[in-house]
Write a protein that binds this ligand. Structure first.
Ligand code: CA
Length: 420
């Protein structure tokens, strides 16, 4: 629904309404973000349709996500009416408003499973060139969306720190004992997470034409990667402990409906590229989202320097669309569950400056980046903070800020307790 009038709360005028959750005593409440405020859906449930009261008062979004697009639209339309200037319930809604700054945001979705893809051909090519200069892109890439099964239990909301992981690294000389040490090559990966709403039964693939209806929303995702652990462990089955120590997601989930006005055609494939197989043959649209990675170091923060932008890229540069990823994931009959998270893989653009990780930007550490303080980085140091940001844009539409996903690196040591 397009709002016909502005909100009584000016910071809600985009009617973006991203979903989140925050701590309330010994449980958590769902909420939507309204600029610097949040609306507590648990407290406001009586102002919303009675059929949605139970899902609005659940501690996670999964019950709402499982209901599908009609229920999602009903809730968004009801929230839009509640926030519109002529709402008769303004006073009651105001009682459910809180400052985000004073809230502890927690994970709003119970994520049963996590799959990470490799949908950026620019990322795949640039990384491939580092290790296989003569054949950067493997022959399967343009036919099959590549992915691996990630670890759901270590997905944490942005804001929680990342402990430098310890693990096996390649021996100094072939045949010697490997080392067991804190990673010396800690990296970030700029990605977008897609949250699955309605599930598909085991044995029933999701056709590509219906795949988009299964996406509830998106958030930013940082796939932290220990490159030295990764290069030692990844042959022949792919990444394992080099990735599973932590994955950060932004605490807010932008509903797909909010991105509707920002949809654009994906960039077309080069003419000489092979056509995808029939079950993947659709050039569905993609939201016009620009992404950015920035860094601050302890020295930068001590000198009150702003975050330094490392790179910018665009979701349009992906080779495989979200719909293609879902159609492929389920093409063997695999059942996606409500709350499952699918990530795009590192989102890099064609220019070297649009690379979405340090592995690409520094050519595996060979060309360190110089920061405004004179510090250099091949990979991340303790105390560094990585900030992912994204926004959607379209002619005639307000800029839609997808928020940020930030986390700082702590030295290798024992894990703190992360609740929920
Ligand atoms: Ca990744």
């Amino acid at each position: 629904m397009r709002p016909t009038q502005k909100s009584w709360l000016p910071e809600a005028n985009t009617f973006h309404l991203p979903y989140g959750a925050f701590e309330v005593e010994d449980t958590q409440h769902l909420c939507v973000a309204l600029g610097a405020h949040l609306l507590d859906l648990h407290a406001a449930a009586d102002l919303l349709p009675p059929t949605l009261k139970a899902v609005c008062q659940a501690p996670v979004l999964n019950p709402l996500m499982s209901l599908g697009p009609k229920a999602w639209t009903l809730l968004r339309e009801s929230l839009t009416r509640l926030l519109s200037a002529n709402s008769p319930n303004r006073k009651k809604a105001e009682a459910a408003l809180h400052s985000i700054a004073g809230a502890t945001l927690v994970k709003p979705v119970l994520i049963p499973n996590y799959t990470d893809f490799y949908a950026s051909i620019h990322h795949a090519t640039r990384v491939g060139r580092l290790f296989r200069p003569n054949q950067p892109l493997l022959p399967n890439y343009k036919h099959v969306p590549i992915g691996y099964h990630g670890r759901a239990s270590s997905i944490i909301p942005g804001g929680f720190p990342i402990i430098r992981p310890t693990g096996q690294t390649r021996p100094a000389t072939e045949g010697a004992q490997p080392n067991f040490e804190p990673t010396k090559a800690l990296d970030y990966e700029l990605e977008l997470a897609l949250y699955i709403g309605q599930p598909n039964p085991l044995g029933t693939p999701i056709p590509i034409a219906k795949a988009s209806q299964h996406i509830f929303g998106v958030s930013l995702l940082n796939d932290w990667s220990a490159r030295d652990l990764q290069s030692w462990e990844s042959q022949p089955l792919g990444p394992f402990l080099s990735k599973s120590f932590s994955t950060s997601v932004s605490p807010w989930i932008t509903p797909m409906a909010a991105l509707e006005p920002y949809m654009v055609p994906m960039h077309s494939r080069p003419k000489d590229d092979p056509k995808p197989l029939k079950y993947l043959a659709s050039r569905t649209q993609i939201p016009n989202v620009n992404l950015e990675v920035s860094i601050t170091t302890e020295t930068m923060r001590a000198n009150r320097l702003p975050p330094f932008s490392l790179s910018q890229s665009s979701l349009r540069d992906l080779y495989w669309s979200p719909a293609q990823l879902i159609a492929h994931h389920t093409s063997n009959g695999c059942n996606l569950q409500t709350g499952d998270m699918l990530a795009t893989g590192t989102i890099s653009g064609p220019a070297d400056s649009s690379a979405g990780c340090l592995l690409e930007l520094t050519r595996n550490g060979a060309e360190p980046i110089k920061l405004p303080t004179g510090e250099v980085r091949s990979f991340l140091s303790d105390g560094d903070e990585i900030i992912l940001r994204a926004h959607a844009k379209a002619p005639g539409q307000p800029r839609l800020d997808l928020g940020e996903c930030r986390a700082a690196i702590l030295p290798a040591r024992r894990w703190p307790t992360v609740s929920r």
